[in-house]
Design a protein around this ligand. Structure first.
Ligand code: SF4
Length: 82
């Protein structure tokens, strides 16, 4: 699930959520998420196109999505659950 620069993690509990999958597919400007019958899929070949816009984090419940910057020692963007 890794690009060279970016890894996107979707929490197990969120991965099968079809509605979330549709929201993520719509939100990401570089098509890193795809909505499938099984829920959220990651489009691996697009991972390194991530522009760190955080629109996916805004579209998902806190804790559901995490963006890991592999080029920056694994620093991550995420919303913490309350
Ligand atoms: S931060 Fe922006 S570009 Fe990166 S995966 Fe999320 S929505 Fe897509």
């Amino acid at each position: 699930m890794d690009g060279v620069f970016i890894r996107v993690e979707v929490a197990d509990a969120a991965r099968s959520d079809g509605e979330l999958a549709r929201r993520l597919e719509e939100a990401c400007p570089v098509d890193i998420f795809a909505a499938t019958d099984a829920g959220v899929a990651i489009v691996h070949e697009n991972l390194d196109e991530c522009v760190l816009c955080e629109l996916c984090l805004d579209a998902a419940p806190p804790g559901a999505v995490r963006i890991v910057k592999l080029y920056d020692g694994g620093a991550s963007l995420e919303r913490q659950p309350a």
